[in-house]
Structures are given as structure tokens and as C-alpha cells.
Design a protein. Structure first.
Length: 408
């Protein structure tokens, strides 16, 4: 495990779009916000070897990452996106990640710890890079010809599936809402090269189905649509900004609307659970946002609740879109599409099952915002295992404020 690898991240565009969109909003509205992020592997016991083994190589990769700058053609590409402001691109021209904000350590159980602490306009940009690096270092030791062959076999099956879905769509003609899938797999990919191979293969096979990717570098290289709006950290940060905790969701949505004026209109619903979200998502926001994103809990129940909410507000659900992004594969996405078609439009973001489906158990790694401006922040996910915080007292308070029951 002492091998030193070539740099894994070679472009600062090799990141998810929502990192750029959140960073722009934070820079314009809350530039002095301070954040603390913590890394966690949710399935350490399933790992083929201790993650502590990659510490030395991870440190080298972080050194390399913090040398990168945006290139002129990358800045030009960002300027071409309607919702990216020119002053933000001017900021990115000077941008460089600071190594002092990120530290790596291990314990005697072989666990890996990564802590990021600093201004959020720096700290929030590390996450996807760090997760992609950890994944690639981990899987590098497990990769061989047979693993790649199995990955290719599974990729070929996905291409066949996409052709079948495209045929079924064609049989129903123009009346059927489109089946739309985007790659959301940067953070948990098998490797950078493998993600590029998978996305290019699927996009070439059925460009009308797989037309988008969350990865800005791949969107630029392959002429695809970059996809993304906000992540949990954006909504969570408002729990520690200058608003009442009870008003934090509304304040976050309002800040988003103020920044993007109708662009990027997909709101994330599971920071304090769907029911609490819908209590805040009134007629004003329901008209301003194009739709909602699902990232935890039962997707069928969630979607039915969203449709019922729109109907209660006298909004035609067919004018809105639901984006699903929790643990999907193509089959699950198609089933959800079939269930909701004719009632509301749908789209699907698929991560691990596209970019790391190699026959090896993936590691379930996350890097989450746990503190903001010196205060704890958390999400009360609709899937209990996804809640991540170091402060049980604050978690209990958050449940009380948003009227969220303890999970059974």
C-alpha cells in the first residue's frame, strides 16, 4: 500500500455542478460563513481492507489537489452557463484550495478521519474531490483485469436496458413524458477514467435518455447538460445563520430564489424530513420552484405526498418535476417513471450504480457539514441511517422545533 499514484484530480472542473451553484450563492450572500465538515464511512465493516492504509497516498493527493487552478478554457465554459455570474468566474480565476483547511488522521481500528474546517467558500469545495480520491485510492488496490471485465459486462447490460426503455417510449409516442437519467456518480466512482467511460458509453447509446451529468468537466468534454442545484449543506447552513431555526428552510429557499431568479429551480426536501419541508413549501415557493428532489425515505410515498401537496395548492402537478437521486439503478428509475407518468414529470440521478458497479462492494462514504459559525447543524433525513451529527442535544432540539418524531 505504499505506492504513490499520479494525481487523481487533474481539473477543478472535475466536480459536481451543485458545488459551483452553492459556492456562488454563499460568496454573494454569506461570504464570512465558517464551516466544519467530517468524513464518515458508513460501512467500514464491509471494506476489503482498513481505510487507514490509504492515508499516506491521500495526503499526497490532497497536496496535489491544492496546487490546481482553473484553466482559461474552463473559466470560459463556466461563463457560458446562464446562471453563473461573471463576478463569480472572476473569483474562480483567483481560486485555489488551501491545504491548511483539511487534515487526515486514523485510529487503531483502521478507521480514516478527514476533517475540513475553514471559510465555507473554501471548505465546501473540497467534498466531492475528497470522496472521489478516497474511492479511487481504495479501489486501485482491488482492481484487476477481471474486475474491469465484469464492470464492462454490467455496463453492456445497462446499454441493452436503455435501448429497451427507448423502444417502449417510442411505442407510446409523443404523449409519454420523457424518461430522463443523469449521471450523479462523481463522489463514489470506481475511478475517474471509468466514470468518463461509463458516461460517454451511455450518452452515446441513448442521448435522449442519458443527456446530463452532475460532473462539470464531463459535461464540458462530452457536450452534455451539467445537472445540479443545491445539496443538504446549503439548507443546513441556515440553521446557524441569522434567522430563527424554525425559519431556516424558508430562509434558504428565499436566498436561492434571490440568487438564481428562476434558474436551477429544484428544491431539496429531506433536510428536516418531507413533512416538515412541505409545511414550509407554501404557494409562494411552490410556484417559484420547478420541482423537488428526493434523497431519502420511500420514493413512492414521497412522490405521492408531493403530488398531493401541489394539488392542495391548486397547482397542476403535470407542470412540475420530481427528481429522484437516492440509491437508484436503471430498473428502479424506470419503475418510478412508470408509476408517476401521467401525474407529474420525473427525472433521475444515478450515482454508485452507474459509476461503480464492478462486482465489488462499494464503500458508503460521506463528508458532511456538522458545524456552521460555531454551532451544530444537522439533517433529519427520511432515512434514519443518513442522519449525521456529533451533538444529540441539538438533534433533539431540531426534532422539537420541526415537529419530527424520533425514528423507531
Amino acid at each position: 500500500m505504499t505506492v504513490s499514484y499520479a494525481p487523481i484530480i487533474t481539473s477543478l472542473l472535475d466536480n459536481d455542478l451543485y458545488k459551483f451553484t452553492m459556492l456562488q450563492a454563499m460568496l454573494h450572500q454569506f461570504p464570512q460563513t465558517h464551516g466544519v465538515y467530517r468524513f464518515r464511512c458508513r460501512n467500514n465493516k464491509d471494506a476489503a481492507y482498513p481505510l487507514s492504509d490509504i492515508q499516506k497516498d491521500l495526503e499526497q493527493q490532497l497536496d496535489s489537489l491544492c496546487e490546481l487552478r482553473f484553466l482559461p478554457d474552463e473559466l470560459e465554459y463556466l461563463r457560458s452557463l446562464r446562471f453563473i455570474r461573471s463576478d463569480f468566474v472572476d473569483y474562480l480565476e483567483l481560486f485555489k484550495l488551501k491545504r491548511r483547511f483539511i487534515t487526515v488522521s486514523t485510529d487503531d481500528k483502521g478507521r480514516l478521519f478527514i476533517d475540513i474546517e475553514g471559510p465555507m467558500i473554501q471548505a465546501m469545495f473540497f467534498e466531492v474531490f475528497v470522496l472521489a480520491i478516497v474511492n479511487e485510492l481504495y479501489f486501485n488496490a482491488l482492481s484487476n483485469d477481471s474486475v474491469i471485465e465484469e464492470g464492462q459486462r454490467r455496463l453492456n447490460e445497462k446499454v441493452t436496458l436503455l435501448h429497451q426503455y427507448a423502444e417502449k417510449q417510442a411505442q407510446h409516442g409523443q404523449d409519454t413524458p420523457p424518461f430522463i437519467v443523469a449521471d450523479f456518480g462523481t463522489r463514489r466512482r470506481f475511478s475517474r477514467r471509468w466514470q468518463a467511460h461509463v458516461v460517454e458509453t451511455l450518452h452515446k447509446a441513448e442521448p435522449k435518455i442519458v443527456g446530463g451529468t452532475s460532473n462539470v468537466y464531463l459535461a464540458k468534454q462530452l457536450g452534455m447538460t451539467p445537472i445540479g442545484t443545491m445539496a443538504h449543506e446549503f439548507m443546513q447552513a441556515f440553521q446557524a445563520l441569522d434567522v430563527r431555526l424554525r425559519d431556516s428552510q424558508k430562509a434558504a429557499l428565499e436566498a436561492w430564489v434571490h440568487e438564481y431568479r428562476g434558474d436551477l429551480g429544484i428544491a431539496l426536501t429531506d433536510v428536516v424530513g418531507m413533512d416538515a419541508f412541505l409545511r414550509d413549501f407554501d404557494l409562494y415557493f411552490a410556484k417559484l420552484f420547478d420541482g423537488l428532489r428526493h434523497d431519502s425515505g420511500d420514493p413512492y410515498i414521497w412522490g405521492d405526498k408531493a403530488i398531493a401537496h401541489y394539488e392542495k395548492l391548486k397547482i397542476d402537478p403535470k407542470t412540475k418535476i420530481l427528481t429522484f437521486s437516492d440509491g437508484l439503478n436503471l430498473e428502479k428509475a424506470w419503475e418510478l417513471h412508470q408509476y408517476f407518468k401521467g401525474r407529474i414529470r420525473t427525472s433521475f440521478g444515478i450515482g454508485t450504480n452507474l459509476t461503480n458497479d464492478m462486482g465489488i462492494t462499494p464503500i458508503n462514504i460521506v463528508l458532511k457539514l456538522v458545524e456552521c459559525n460555531g454551532q451544530p447543524v444537522a439533517k433529519l433525513s427520511d432515512s434514519p441511517g443518513k442522519t449525521m451529527i456529533n451533538n444529540d442535544t441539538y438533534l433533539a432540539y431540531l426534532r422539537q422545533v420541526f415537529e419530527v418524531d424520533e425514528p423507531e
